[in-house]
Design a protein around this ligand. Structure first.
Ligand SMILES: [Zn+2]
Length: 244
């Protein structure tokens, strides 16, 4: 089983109108690095630099991706792929650190389409890698030995998760398929994470059931401590106490 490092990429302050603000205004932003024999594979890159609106609304305290990787003995130039769970600003922000290099960027077609078309969806200058570096994913796809992208729509129509397996062992990087681990336990599509649109609500619950049916040892998340199917649920404050 390739090791998976959690990258504590940022802490943001949610504006009070944010649907998840009632669960705590201060929120971690995690990315992950799969230490694969073919080279490091990242899942999400956190909040980027140079977007005044993001800085004003979310007051991000960012770590520099390259420095976090270096602390783990990895050079940015070694990263073979960035899998974007989805292309919201807090998941693709430091993609530009890997532009114009050998890294391949993988996101679902609908994510690339929405990011290209809708200026409110994300910061396109972070989300859209140079075209020759983009790889459009349609549904599920094995991207390296024992590393498979699984479509987990719900939070967004093109949200995807990553399954890492070795023999019978399975770990899932579920990213923002849920906001908090308790939504995985309860199999609910929460208002903080999923639009009221009935199709997305249904998709989110189907995604949760699909991932749980794989019997993963652990499900890593973007904004919450990991979900351990056999263990206690993290409390809402756990992610922050790990950091501060
Ligand atoms: Zn999002």
């Amino acid at each position: 089983m390739p090791s998976i490092l959690r990258l504590d990429l940022a802490v943001v302050e949610l504006p009070d109108y944010h649907p998840a603000a009632h669960r705590g205004r201060t929120v971690p932003v995690y990315g992950y690095c799969i230490l694969h024999p073919d080279g490091p594979i990242l899942v999400d890159t956190g909040v980027g630099f140079g977007n005044d609106l993001v800085d004003e609304l979310y007051n991000p305290r960012r770590e520099i991706l390259g420095q976090l990787l270096q602390q783990a003995g990895i050079e940015v130039s070694e990263v073979v792929a960035v899998i974007s769970s989805h292309l919201h600003f807090d998941h693709c922000g430091q993609n530009p650190a890997l532009f114009n290099g050998p890294t391949v960027f993988l996101a679902q077609a609908t994510e690339y389409e929405t990011a290209s078309r809708d200026p409110d969806y994300t910061d396109a200058s972070w989300a859209l890698a140079p075209e020759h570096q983009r790889r459009v994913v349609s549904g599920d796809e094995e991207v390296a030995e024992s590393v498979t992208i699984l479509a987990t729509p719900g939070h967004t129509a093109g949200h995807q998760s990553v399954l890492v397996e070795a023999g019978a062992r399975r770990v899932v990087i579920g990213a923002q398929m849920v906001w908090h681990a308790d939504e995985l336990a309860d199999e609910v599509a929460s208002v903080e994470n999923v639009d009221p649109d009935p199709a997305l609500q249904k998709a989110a619950i189907d995604s949760i059931r699909r991932i749980k049916a794989l019997n993963p040892e652990i499900i890593h998340l973007s904004h919450c401590a990991a979900f351990d199917p056999g263990g206690a649920l993290p409390t809402a404050t756990d992610p922050m106490s790990e950091r501060e």
